[in-house]
Design a protein around this ligand. Structure first.
Ligand code: KPL
Length: 302
């Protein structure tokens, strides 16, 4: 299968490198990483050490592939969608943080759209070198009713052919909302307090994280997705405990002075709440605090 990975950051590079064991993969990213992969291949260390040789490019205009895997930061989804619209793809699959990305892609491309969650851990060490920090699972499902389930099963099987742990599911929206509740609870709170995820298992931050998760579950239900308050709260507490020594992606973004994915996380929850006439004071406040930090750092929306 020809696979184009849109977003050769840490996760996209790891997945692309692992997929290259069974498929013809091209990473789409930025220099100096792309230049390093073209010159010397992609080195993966950590869980396993692998030297892989995916192709790499900085410009995917007019490209084609059986599968476009989208792993860009949520705020780059529009740019990725515009590039995808110039090409020809059998299936487009979003494996990104937050929600709202799938609709941006679906509006731009004339192909089935899948959405999913990933728990593989990765970090970019140097250009051309990614560290595989943890085995995980990939869960995929059809985004729109028209995007049939057999496509999700076929793509999950292609992942498995490359020895990745992947399954197709029929309730991907519920799973994405549960992941959104986890991210809405952990990401802004750890970023604002500059603490590792484990700090959210104790007061004074546990209650705030729980409130964000429970509020997100309420918005999910108003959006037609059956996500119980306790399921969302427990998922957030469990992930905070299991990743206790990790810095959330938003804490890392803030530490590096980079724009965050707040719009696709707490901002998305607040927007969906407004559409369904609900108040979402915790998510709105967390989004306002992070956006305030972004403005101060000069990295907000342009
Ligand atoms: O997905 C994550 C993130 O950091 O974005 C969690 C699950 C919170 C792990 O850190």
């Amino acid at each position: 299968m020809e696979v184009l990975v849109f977003g050769a950051g840490s996760l996209g590079s790891l997945l692309g490198g692992l997929l290259a064991r069974a498929h013809d993969v091209t990473l789409v990213g930025r220099d100096p990483h792309v230049a390093a992969v073209r010159a010397d291949g992609l080195r993966i260390t950590g869980v396993e050490t692998l030297d892989t040789r995916p192709a790499a490019t900085t410009d995917a205009t007019g490209a084609s592939a059986d599968l476009a895997l989208v792993t860009v930061k949520a705020y780059d989804t529009g740019t990725a969608a515009r590039a995808l619209a110039t090409g020809d793809y059998g299936v487009v699959c979003s494996l990104q943080n937050g929600m709202g990305n799938e609709d941006v892609l679906a509006d731009a491309v004339d192909a089935p759209v899948l959405a999913g969650t990933v728990t593989y851990g990765a970090g970019l060490v140097d250009p051309g070198h990614v560290e595989w920090r943890g085995r995980g699972t990939i869960t995929l499902g059809a985004w729109r009713p028209a995007d049939d389930a057999a496509t999700a099963e076929r793509i999950a099987a292609a992942f498995r052919a490359a020895d990745l742990d992947a399954e197709a599911v029929g309730d991907v929206r519920r799973r994405l909302w549960e992941k959104l509740a986890v991210n809405a609870a952990i990401n802004p709170v750890t970023a604002l307090a500059r603490v590792e995820n484990g700090a959210l298992t104790e007061e004074p931050l546990a209650g705030l994280a729980r409130s964000a998760a429970v509020e997100t579950a309420g918005v999910a239900r108003a959006d037609g997705v059956a996500l119980a308050d306790e399921t969302a709260a427990e998922a957030a507490a469990t992930v905070a405990g299991e990743t206790a020594r990790n810095r959330s992606s938003m804490f890392q973004d803030v530490s590096r002075g980079r724009r965050t994915e707040i719009d696709a996380i707490n901002g998305y929850v607040a927007d969906r709440a407004a559409v369904t006439d609900r108040a979402a004071p915790v998510n709105r406040a967390l989004a306002a605090l992070i956006r305030g930090w972004e403005r101060g750092a000069g990295v907000g929306r342009s």
